[in-house]
Design a protein around this ligand. Structure first.
Ligand code: PEP
Ligand code: MN
Length: 368
């Protein structure tokens, strides 16, 4: 008997749900009509006075059993959803978002395709440019491994003002000379918006470092030139902040942006930073930009470079960045985690044998 009664009542609930559904959608259609009229008249879509009136009406007419505050909360949600419906979804989506562009952003740097699914790129080179000989020795090894992108810092944003700050423009000149000699593309960090214009004469990819991820003037300057940009995730940046930083660059007209996960600061002390490995698939889902993993700065540990690189490739990264120095023990920066040439060769061989890297067949022997 009780079961029959419940069945009856549930039938009534189903009918009411049906009616509510129809009414909410009918209401949404009217809201859309109002939105169109407001648009033609250039009026603001959100009208707080009108919303206050509607909430007051609920308060006047409510006879329970729901509390007025509960009903106002429910209606507020309906108002909010309706307002969102009025806004053009497409216009609201960020330029870097997958909603805006479902296909991957793919571009070419020195014959290397970046961002195509199934193609992965390695960037290797010293933490800092120290001398022509030092960069050339690493470039030779990079070339021998069949890689096309060489890194090297000329402007070093160091935690202490007393640490080596980089060779500046002189460092960029060294990079350019080596790059030309070994037919490699070079990537180097620029820290000052005023240096961007000058830097494009020397380098092929502008790096924006973790400490500058929210240097908005620098992002705007990098967005205004015709050069690919590798943007590092900030030390304490959320994924959303990272995406917004990339939007700064793309919104200025430069859509050749690579996102680079380089670890974030957590309470964990076992590694220099905590490699947020799942940020890779999240960034791939949320944006159409290529995503790289910097294994050197994320781990700060030589013994973790290989497993971290494998993890990056396995989880879908488009590329890996790793630091290499002819003699890390005497490197002017990051001496604890740079690979020497032998270790680098072993590292690349292990990567190529791992089955995670697609380019085992494309290594070209050095011509130099
Ligand atoms: C770098 O790549 O040289 C560097 C300083 O890294 P980050 O900005 O990620 O600390
Ligand atoms: Mn470094």
């Amino acid at each position: 008997m009780a079961n029959v009664q419940i069945e009856e009542l549930r039938k009534k609930l189903d009918e009411i749900n049906d009616n509510l559904l129809d009414l909410i959608n009918e209401r949404a259609e009217i809201v859309q009509q109002i939105g169109r009229v407001k648009k033609t008249q250039g009026m603001n879509r959100f009208d707080p006075v009108r919303e206050r009136k509607m909430l007051d009406m609920i308060s006047e007419k409510n006879e329970g059993p729901f509390e007025t505050s509960t009903l106002q909360h429910i209606f507020k949600e309906i108002f909010k959803a309706s307002l969102e419906l009025q806004e053009d979804d497409h216009r609201k989506a960020l330029l870097v978002s997958r909603k805006r562009q479902p296909e991957n952003t793919v571009f070419d740097i020195n014959g290397e395709t970046i961002g195509r699914s199934g193609t992965q790129t390695f960037i290797a080179g010293p933490c800092a440019v120290e001398s022509y000989e030092q960069v050339a020795e690493v470039a030779k090894a990079v070339k021998k491994q069949g890689l096309k992108l060489l890194r090297g810092g000329a402007f070093k944003p160091r935690t202490s003002p007393y640490d080596f700050q980089g060779l500046g423009e002189e460092g960029l000149k060294i990079l350019k000379k080596v790059a030309d000699e070994y037919d490699l593309a070079v990537i180097s960090e620029i820290v000052n918006p005023a240096d961007i214009e000058k830097a494009v004469d020397y380098i092929d990819v502008i790096q924006i470092g973790a400490r500058n991820m929210q240097n908005f003037e620098l992002l705007k300057a990098a967005g205004s030139v015709d050069k690919p940009v590798l943007l590092k995730r900030g030390l304490s940046a959320t994924i959303q902040e990272f995406i917004n930083a990339a939007e700064y660059i793309v919104s200025r007209g430069n859509n050749r942006v690579i996102l680079c996960e380089r670890g974030i600061r957590t309470y964990e002390k076992a590694t220099r930073n905590t490699l947020d490995i799942t940020s890779v698939p999240i960034l791939k889902q949320e944006t159409h930009l290529p995503v790289f993993v910097d294994v050197t700065h994320s781990t700060g540990r030589r013994d973790l470079l290989l497993p971290a690189a494998k993890a990056g490739l396995a989880i879908g990264a488009d590329g890996i960045m790793v630091e290499v120095h002819p003699d890390p023990a005497v490197a002017l920066s990051d001496s604890a985690q740079q690979l020497d040439i032998n270790q680098f060769n072993k590292f690349m061989d292990e990567i190529k044998n791992s089955g995670l890297y697609n380019k085992t067949d494309k290594t070209s022997p050095s011509t130099i």
